[in-house]
Ligand binder design. Structure first.
Ligand code: VGL
Ligand code: ZN
Length: 210
């Protein structure tokens, strides 16, 4: 069993309508994790959420690239970018965080991906690996202990957030069954390899809930 301490934080990644059933970038089974996250959240004093938040002409949208379709890639200044269906456009329903999440104690929502020309899977820094969101500063200033990451999608925003957390010196654990994956072109297996190599812990919710 893992005992959650008052200093620990639950980081809930991108549980937004566009990643849930009927959303424009629906992650299979995405809705199944919501009750589990609600149960887990009762153990945590600190809860932080991230929210994917794109302008309508965001560079990660296939619709912005002539002749490209979703899940193809393009080369940008900062590297290879996967192209997605339009999703989480700011001020649309799809960008809203699920109202079924029951986390009244949550104190911070980090919005990411709002620069038109830079994607941001990670809650810590944008894909250019330079532009910071301020999350590391917040966590350090609040004397946070361990980070427990849940949400969508395991192989993109969860993984990149966990990897940046580990790189930033945080003790980070992903609660696997409280995530769901997109799994495009082997991305899920690759994500777990990368996370394991980086020292990210991989646990199941029963180890916390009993
Ligand atoms: C995500 C693809 C594009 C995610 C966000 O939340 O995992 N994936 N934008
Ligand atoms: Zn996005």
């Amino acid at each position: 069993m893992i005992e959650i301490e008052p200093e620990d934080v639950l980081l809930i990644v991108d549980v937004q309508y566009d990643f849930l059933p009927n959303g424009s970038l629906a992650v299979a089974g995405g809705d199944e994790i919501v009750p589990l996250i609600n149960q887990l959240a009762k153990k945590f004093k600190h809860v932080v959420l991230t929210q994917d938040w794109h302008p309508a002409d965001h560079v990660s949208f296939a619709s912005q690239h002539e002749g490209k379709t979703p899940f193809e890639t393009v080369e940008l200044d900062y590297g290879t970018q996967v192209l997605w269906p339009d999703h989480c456009v700011w001020n649309t329903h799809g960008a809203e965080i699920s109202r079924d999440l029951d986390v009244p104690q949550a104190q911070l929502i980090i919005r990411k991906g709002y620069n038109r020309g830079i994607d941001s899977y990670s809650g810590f820094q944008e894909a250019d690996r330079e532009t910071l969101t301020g999350l590391a500063g917040y966590l350090n200033e609040r004397d946070i202990g361990r980070l427990f990451v849940v949400g969508l999608a395991t192989d993109f925003c969860v993984a990149w957030t966990a990897l940046d957390a580990a790189a930033g010196g945080f003790d980070v654990t992903v609660i696997e069954d409280a995530t769901r994956a997109i799994d495009s072109n082997g991305s899920l297996e690759q994500a777990w390899t990368d996370m394991t190599d980086a020292g990210v812990e991989r646990v199941q919710s029963r180890e916390i809930l009993g």
